[in-house]
Design a binder for this molecule. Structure first.
Ligand SMILES: C[S@@+](CC[C@H](N)C(=O)[O-])C[C@H]1O[C@@H](n2cnc3c(N)ncnc32)[C@H](O)[C@@H]1O
Length: 261
């Protein structure tokens, strides 16, 4: 028999009105979700099933969904540029990160990638999230708590261009202006054959990162990628790509740690 979980206090729910009105709430009776399409009292969610719809105070339909990884980018409070799902998904896929992995990340920024990594490494894994900005760490902490993922992440205020004080990591993710200056500290933190993924917005940064990896000598299987994702408008007899798309986000550099002889 298939059992369906009813929403209870403390659960995390994605309240979806439309693509520009998605809200993550930790269900807390007494609290209210306010939107420009009306409000919903949290207690109205308790006992509902995921997948059900409720009406806002203005009678607008809102779906009750489970937050997925690609919802993080549209629901976190953005205090920095973020990594989009099309890039985060490829980076995570190439990294080999899985349940039980121990990974590093810098900078944490708005925490979009941190949330996905925390979800993937599971209860037995760990994410070290480094950032020089205290506000970024506080913001990420708040989001991790809402999603019940705090225990899987250690947030550390630290400049990753300096030694990290951790070793044996399975993978390291870099999203910072000058990843080439963090290569030695990342090299020391990652285990042999571990993966390193850098995300940079310009081709100049790609070149600097790849050339620095070559000069360093401790990185092999180095590649640079760009991802393009195009959504379609589906209408009978008139299905076609959306007129507008996200034309540019950033580039991804992939490498594996190799032993320096
Ligand atoms: C673009 S944001 C990262 C966004 C994040 N990946 C996300 O998806 O939300 C870049 C972050 O790197 C941090 N940063 C810059 N240089 C750093 C360094 N040397 N060490 C650690 N963090 C650094 C900044 O403070 C900023 O929060």
């Amino acid at each position: 028999m298939i059992t369906m979980d009813a929403i209870k206090p403390g659960d995390t729910v994605l309240v979806y009105i439309d693509d520009s009105r998605k809200f993550v709430v930790k269900v807390t009776p007494g609290k209210i979700l306010g939107t420009d399409k009306g409000f919903i009292k949290h207690e109205e969610l308790v006992g509902r099933l995921y997948g059900e719809a409720v009406a806002t105070s203005q009678g607008v339909k809102a779906l009750l969904l489970r937050p997925l990884r690609h919802d993080y980018s549209s629901t976190v409070r953005r205090i920095t540029q973020i990594i989009y799902p099309k890039d985060a998904s490829l980076m995570i896929y190439y990294s080999g990160v899985k349940p039980g992995s121990i990974v590093g990340e810098a900078g944490v920024g708005s925490g979009v990638l941190t949330l996905s990594l925390a979800e993937i490494v599971g209860e037995s894994g760990l994410v070290y999230g480094f950032d020089v900005n205290e506000k970024a760490l506080e913001n990420a902490k708040e989001h991790l708590e809402i999603h019940g993922l705090s225990s899987r992440v250690r947030l550390v205020k630290h400049d990753v261009r300096e030694p990290l004080g951790v070793a044996g990591l399975d993978a390291f993710f870099l999203d910072m202006p000058d990843p080439w200056n963090a290569l030695e500290s990342v090299y020391q933190a990652v285990k042999p054959a571990g993966t390193v993924l850098a995300y940079v917005p310009t081709v100049n940064q790609v070149e600097k990162t790849v050339l620095a990896m070559e000069r360093h000598g401790g990185f092999g299987d180095v590649h640079a990628y760009e991802t393009l994702l195009r959504e379609y408008s589906v209408e009978e007899g008139a299905t076609r790509p959306h007129t507008l798309m996200v034309g540019h986000t950033g580039f991804i550099v992939f490498a594996r740690k190799i032993m320096v002889s």
